[in-house]
Design a protein around this ligand. Structure first.
Ligand SMILES: Nc1nc2c(ncn2[C@@H]2O[C@H](COP(=O)(O)OP(=O)(O)OP(=O)(O)O)[C@@H](O)[C@H]2O)c(=O)[nH]1
Ligand SMILES: [Mg+2]
Length: 257
């Protein structure tokens, strides 16, 4: 269970049959459960409201500085850090880039980013399963990103909770790798619904896995407003130029604003 957002699975549905003799007991339980649910919902609203206020402060700072802040979300291991490593190697020093790394434990990812030469801050969320606006706010005070920079925020690998937490980002980039299965958009619609761009990573592995790119895109279109899907391989570099073009376009729009 995540102690920050309380995502302990309450409210889930089980598609199984119940014995009729337990109906009365079940009604009492439902009543108690209803009270608990109300408390959980109130707490969740408070947390999200506080998060939203801080997210807007972050957004104001990014806009004033002409910073393009990108929130990278995905399930664990889809290749966020590998994409960043290659991106930073190719874009630095032409474009100033800064990185915030989010993981429950370790500084492994920050160490990998540091090796590229980009300034980086690692956040360890402990039991938490997502970054929030307060963590980002504290990190930017350390990181001090410069004007017109790109700030990459690698969220904790998780396709559920990060969807709820606005960090004040300019855009949200969802990464799905071809080893995860093409049905992910239908199973985790909130995460896809909140994203602006989808990177389909590890396409070098397409010949070896049962993943249909067209089907995945069709599912994502059913649950989101994403109109740009870029197929990449962070390992071979295939498709990365298209990603860089998107980044450059995004950066120039932010600067123009
Ligand atoms: N074949 C292949 N492997 C990749 C590619 N991108 C990443 N990987 C591998 O996938 C594994 C996970 O990559 P990471 O970049 O650490 O993934 P991540 O999303 O940052 O993982 P977390 O931070 O733990 O959520 C590593 O072994 C990478 O080498 C790719 O394009 N092709
Ligand atoms: Mg990583």
């Amino acid at each position: 269970m995540c102690i920050t957002c309380g995502c302990n699975g309450d409210g889930h549905q089980l598609h199984s049959h119940e014995a009729p003799s337990h109906q009365h007991q079940h009604a009492d339980h439902q009543h108690e459960q209803h009270d608990t649910d109300r408390r959980v919902i109130t707490l969740e609203q408070d947390i999200l409201h506080k998060n939203q206020l801080l997210a807007e402060r972050n957004r104001g700072f990014f806009e004033a500085m002409g910073i393009t802040a990108l929130n990278l979300v995905s399930s664990p291991g889809s290749g966020k850090t590998t994409i960043l490593e290659r991106t930073l190697a190719d874009l630095l020093p032409d474009i100033p880039c800064f990185v915030i790394e989010g993981d429950q434990q370790t500084s492994c990812d920050a160490d990998r980013i540091k090796a590229t030469g980009a300034p980086v801050v690692q956040i360890n969320t402990g039991k938490g399963c997502h970054l929030d606006a307060e963590m980002v706010n504290a990190s930017i005070k350390h990181l001090k990103p410069s004007q017109d920079a790109i700030l990459f925020i690698e969220n904790v690998g998780n396709l559920v909770c990060p969807a709820m937490f606005d960090l004040g980002e300019s855009a949200r980039v969802i990464i799905i790798s071809v080893t995860e299965g093409d049905d992910k958009p239908l199973k985790y619609p909130d995460m896809f619904h909140s994203a602006d761009l989808c990177l389909i990573n590890k396409i070098d592995l397409l010949p070896y896995v049962n993943f249909h790119v067209d089907k995945m895109i069709e599912y994502a279109r059913q649950v989101s407003h994403i109109d740009t899907f870029i197929q990449v391989s962070a390992t071979t570099g295939q498709g990365m130029e298209e990603w860089y073009s998107w980044l450059k376009e995004k950066t120039s729009v932010e600067v123009r604003l």
